[in-house]
Write a protein that binds this ligand. Sequence first.
Ligand code: BES
Ligand code: ZN
Ligand code: ZN
Length: 490
Amino acid sequence: MNFKLTEKKINDIEADLEVIVVVGEDLDHRFVKDRELLEKVAFKGGQDEVYYLPERDRVYVGVESIGGENMRTAIGVLARRVRTLKYKNLKIASYMNHPKCTAVLRGVVEGFILGSYSFEKYKSQKSKSHLKEIIISLEDYREFELNLESCESALEKSKIIAEATNFTRDIVNTPPEDFYPKVMAKVAKDIAKEGGLECRVLKQKDIREESMNALLAVSRASSRKPRVIHLSYKPKNPKAVISLVGKGLTYDSGGLSLKPSDFMVTMKLDKSGASAVLGVMKAISKLNLPVEVHGFIGAVENMIGGNAYKPDDVLVAKNGKTIEVRNTDAEGRLVLADVLSFAQQEVDADYIFDMATLTGASVVAVGNYTSTVMGFSDEVKDMVIQASKRGGEFMTKLDFNRYLKKSLKSNIADICNISNTRYGGAITAGMFLSEFIEEDNRDKWAHIDIAGPAFVEHEWGENPAGATGVGVRSICRVIELLAKRNIECN
Ligand code: BES
Ligand code: ZN
Ligand code: ZN
C-alpha cells in the first residue's frame, strides 16, 4: 500500500474514492458533503460507524473526537470495509488535534495498513484488494498549518511499524505443521539478512551446552527440535540497550497434562511473544533509532510421547534453580526461565522485556483485549503502558505480592511450576519468572502477558479475526521513547 502526502486541497485531488471522517457527530462541518442523505439513512457518525455511498464514491466514518486511537480504529474498520471494492486509490484530508503532533496521522496510516490485513495463504480463492494508493491532503479539519516534513517522517515510521505488525500476524496465523522452531530460526535469519542484524541460532547441542534444561525438557517429546535465537541490532552510540525475550511455543498441546480439545484449538497462537519479537526486529533497522535491541527467542513445541517430560519431574534450570513440574501445560514459564537467564548472560541490558502468551488467567483477569504488565519497577511498567497507549494497544498492571509468592513453594525443589491456589494465575506465573531475573536486573525487567489479545476469534477495531500482532506496536513505541531520552536524564 502506497501513501502520498500532498499540500493540494482535498477537493483538488483526483481520486477514485473519498474518505470523510465525521467528528463528534457533527454533520455540519464543511468536509461533510452529503448531510441530507446521511440523515435520511440515520447515519450519525458514531465511533467506527461506516457508511458507504457507492453512487458518489464516498465513504464516511465516525470518530467520537479527533485522536490517534479513535482514528486508528475508525480507519481500520473502514479499511476492512473498502478492501475488496474496486477502487485503486482514495483520498482523505488531515484530521489533527495539534499542528505539531503527528499522533493522529500515525493512527490513520496504521489504521489503513492494519485494517486491510487478511490472512488467505490457505484459501484456494483469494480475495483481491485493488486499493493501491492512499492520498492524504494536508488540508486539515481544523485548518491547522501542517508541516510536510514532520508528517512524512511520521508516515514512514507508522508504515514500518504497521507492516511489521502484519508480518507478525502472518507468522502467528501459520499452522504448526508449517511453522515450527526450525522455520522460526530461518525467518530470524532472513530478517537479519534483510536488515543487517546479527543472528545466532542455537541448535539442540548448543542449547544443551548452555544447560537450558527446562527448555529442553519441554521440547523433548516433539519431533521438531528446539531452537534458541538471538538477533541483535547494534547502532553506533546507542542511548539505551534493551533485551526482548519471546515465548515461542510453535504449538502447545499441554504435554502430558494434555489440554482438553476445545482448549487446544488455536494453540498455534502460543508463538505470539516470539513472533512479536521478530516483528520488532524487522522494524527496528528500518526505524533507524539509536537504541541497541536484542531479541531472544525460545522456539519449542510442547507435545506428548514416550519420552515426554512429566508432572513430578524435577528440572535444573540454566541458573541452577530446581523446578518441580506439577503441570506440563505450564511450559511457557519453563522455556522463558532459561531464555531469560541466557539473555542476561549474553547482554548487559538497561531494560529487559519478555512477551508471552503465558496464562489463561491473564485473560480471565482483564479480558480478551488487554495485556497484563508485571515486574518490580513501577517506572518500567508505566513506561510500557504509556507506550502501549500511543501504539493503540491495551495494557494494564498486575501487582506482585508476597502472599501469592508462597503458593509457588515446593516440598522437594526450589520452586513449583504452578501455584497451589486457583486464583491469581497471571501473577503467580509472573512471580515464577521473577525467580530467573538476577538481583541486579530486577528493576530493569517487565513481563508482558499477551495471552488475551494475541489471538481473538473475531475482528475488533483495526484487528482482524485471528492473530493481532500485539506487542509490536507497544515495543516499537517503547524504543521510540528511549531513543528520545537524554542519557543524562536516565
Ligand atoms: N499457552 C498457555 C496459556 C494460554 C491460554 C494462552 C489461553 C492463550 C490462551 C499456557 O502454556 C498454559 O497452558 N497455561 C496454563 C497454566 C496452568 C497450567 C497453571 C493455563 O493458563 O491454564
Ligand atoms: Zn501450556
Ligand atoms: Zn503455552
